[in-house]
Design a protein around this ligand. Structure first.
Ligand code: GUN
Length: 326
């Protein structure tokens, strides 16, 4: 059977009588949304990085300090290794300095805190990120609290979270910031829309809900946060103009949960075994893309959607941190 979109397109080509007949068919039967477009994070991130590269070249020309990001990676988690490598590579692309500091899984919390203090007092370092998750014997909270808020380019320190809540200038966590930049890049109208954020993590869901409800553009949404104790997630999602899926459950959002014409942002990035791939895995989003995408006005792919935007946003934060010192 032809997809409703293809059927509609063929009808247009076949002649006026058929168009009239088929429009009647389309309007009498379940309406299908035929204009799905991709929110291409790779492209948008490239545009942001290209601009940053020019900004850095300007700093160099003026003899000013160039941005320097320090990334700390503890242990050998495959996904974390990939993310940190991508962050270091992005620094190279835009002309930042970067320092990658690696520790064994067994490092003590005290030693890690000592390293953070050293970076805090190094005047050349503009941004510090400690890749999460950390081994169980190390407290995320202690580590995040130890980072100088003025170098906390992840925006996880309570001082920066508080500023975000109050709408003050601060470092915005990279994933939700990247999503806002993506919505802006594609000029997606958000004012007055109902956004449903699925997931309430400190890294994505909570800050995302704050940003989407803030008075700005993008922003000014009415926001619902759903989480593991929400009783009727499907009913909330069906009311959403914008869905941000950030719960970490592969293909959780299915077609029956999505309104025609919705904007769907997929933050999920789970590694699923795939023996046909050289890496041995494929990446799965939190959205069942094949069945959901035909209903959407806009949707992010996985990979190539939110991931590259997260890195571009981190670069933006590091650049702005450097500017404050210049
Ligand atoms: N782990 C998953 N996302 C992030 C992030 O944005 N920053 C850090 N530091 N760790 C993460």
């Amino acid at each position: 059977m032809l997809s409703p979109c293809l059927h509609h397109a063929l009808t247009i080509l076949e002649g006026l009588d058929r168009i009239v007949l088929n429009s009647a068919y389309l309007s009498l039967s379940k309406p299908y949304f035929c204009g799905m477009q991709i929110l291409d994070g790779k492209k948008a991130a490239q545009a942001i990085k290209d601009e940053l590269r020019l900004d850095v070249a300007q700093l160099v020309a003026e003899g000013k300090k160039i941005p320097h990001l320090a990334a700390i990676l503890v242990g050998a988690n495959g996904a974390s290794e990939t993310y940190v490598a991508a962050k270091v590579k992005a620094c190279e692309e835009v002309g930042f300095k970067s320092t990658l500091i690696r520790f064994e899984e067994t490092i003590s919390e005290g030693k890690l805190l000592d390293q953070i203090n050293e970076l805090n007092s190094d005047p050349d370092i503009d941004g510090i990120l400690v890749q999460l998750p950390l081994p169980k014997h190390i407290s995320d909270e202690e580590v995040i609290n130890a980072i100088d808020p003025d170098k906390d380019v992840d925006g996880f320190h309570p001082v920066n979270v508080g500023k975000l809540l109050q709408g003050l200038p601060t470092f915005v966590p990279a994933t939700p910031y990247g999503i806002m930049l993506l919505l802006k890049h594609y000029k997606i109208e958000t004012k007055g829309k109902h956004a449903v954020v699925v997931g309430r993590s400190n890294i994505v869901g909570r800050p995302m809900s704050v940003l989407l409800s803030s008075n700005g553009n993008p922003g000014n949404c009415t926001v619902t946060i759903c989480h593991s104790h929400t009783k009727n997630i499907k009913e909330f999602c069906l009311q959403a103009d914008i869905i941000v899926a950030a719960l970490g459950k592969p293909e959780f959002i299915t077609a029956d949960m999505v309104k025609e014409g919705a904007v769907v942002i997929d933050v999920g990035i789970t590694r699923a075994e795939d023996t046909t791939k050289k890496s041995g895995f494929k990446l799965k989003g939190d959205v069942a893309y094949d069945e959901v995408s035909p209903k959407c006005a806009w949707i992010t792919p996985v990979p190539g959607g939110v991931g590259p935007m997260t890195i571009a946003a981190l670069m933006q934060n590091t650049y702005h941190s450097c500017l404050q010192k210049n």
